[in-house]
Design a protein around this ligand. Structure first.
Ligand SMILES: O=C(O)CCC(=O)C(=O)O
Length: 321
């Protein structure tokens, strides 16, 4: 879908959103402390209604348009059972580069204010994704730490998760293990191959402590890059829509070479992409090296085209029925 296909984005410039969103964006000292302790936050009513409605409209259109696609491609990851009569995308890939409305949200004062409070003045977008877990059993995401996929020179990275649908217990909400971002980086390997998921039996995983991040459409979650998380199948009748932006301090540089989102780029292209992905502030050529535990996502499984492909082709152990 071309960005011109959809309605009102031009009216929703980041500036016009300021009055509605800044109040939600200023985190209290208690919220910042909770994020540091627990590795996640939940904020209700984060997206102003006109923008939420447009995000929902655009998302519904992408889901409907997936009916014309029969296999995974640069735009869609498809669920088992997907067909023209019953479109079931798991994910719309890199929504930030697909439609202006997803740029409007990330560049809004809400998001920039939040990001600066948690990551400092210079913030770069790592990746974006819109997980559209279909109703009637849409795919589980097995337990993992995002850090297992994309280690950096320091761990000042997080994922913003915007709920574009109401998300209750039956919808396969994101679940997180409080405090796990301060613990070890768990093995995401099965029989020596990266599988993008931990072993649910790993005694260090403490999955019984997990909490579900539910909320009404317009709410948002934030989770640290090392926070252990996953989600069960969606057993409700409608899609669960979670829009994720993974962002980091600009001095956190990816260290997984060809497995990173900069795969295959030459030095000039890499630098240009880093500049393009800046959300606020400046990209410097001076990575900050922190003492952080790292396990490389290597050797790779047969299919590394998406998280779903990694977990499937790497034969990740399922924690969900
Ligand atoms: O959509 C979800 O429930 C989890 C998504 C996630 O962890 C991911 O895409 O990395």
């Amino acid at each position: 879908m071309a960005s011109s296909d959809v309605s009102t984005s031009a009216m929703l410039s980041p500036d016009t959103l300021a009055p509605d969103t800044l109040a939600a964006a200023m985190l209290s000292p208690e919220q910042i402390a909770a994020y540091q302790t627990d590795g996640f936050l939940l904020i209700d009513n984060a997206i102003p209604k006109p923008l939420l409605e447009e995000l929902q409209l655009v998302t519904r259109q992408y889901i409907a348009d997936s009916a014309h696609v029969s296999q995974d491609n640069d735009l869609y990851d498809l669920d088992d059972g997907h067909c023209a009569d019953n479109p079931r995308p798991n994910r719309i890939k890199t929504p930030y580069t697909q439609h202006v409305v997803f740029q409007t949200l990330l560049q809004s004062p809400l998001v920039i204010t939040l990001l600066k409070q948690l990551l400092g003045p210079n913030v770069r977008l790592h990746n974006s994704k819109l997980n559209t877990k279909a109703g009637g059993g849409g795919t589980a995401v097995q337990w993992h730490q995002d850090w297992g996929f994309y280690p950096h020179t320091n761990d000042d990275l997080l994922a913003l998760g915007f709920m574009l649908s109401d998300i209750g217990p039956d919808d396969g909400p994101l679940q997180v293990v409080p405090g796990s971002h301060r613990g070890p980086v768990l093995s995401h390997h099965n029989e020596g191959v990266f599988c993008g998921a931990i072993d649910p039996e790993d005694p260090e995983a403490k999955l019984s402590d997990a909490v579900s991040l539910t909320g009404a459409a317009g709410a948002m979650s934030i989770h640290h890059v090392r926070t252990l998380h996953g989600s069960a199948p969606n057993i409700s009748s409608s899609p669960r829509l979670l829009l994720l932006y993974e962002c980091g301090a600009a001095d956190a540089w990816p260290i997984n070479g060809n497995q990173s989102i900069f795969a295959g780029m030459n030095q000039a292209e890499l630098w240009a992409r880093m500049q393009q992905n800046m959300v606020c502030g400046e990209q410097a050529a001076t990575p900050r090296l922190a003492s952080v535990p790292v396990r490389m996502p290597l050797p790779p499984p047969a299919d590394t085209s998406s998280l779903f492909a990694v977990q499937k082709s790497g034969a990740a152990k399922s924690a969900f029925a």
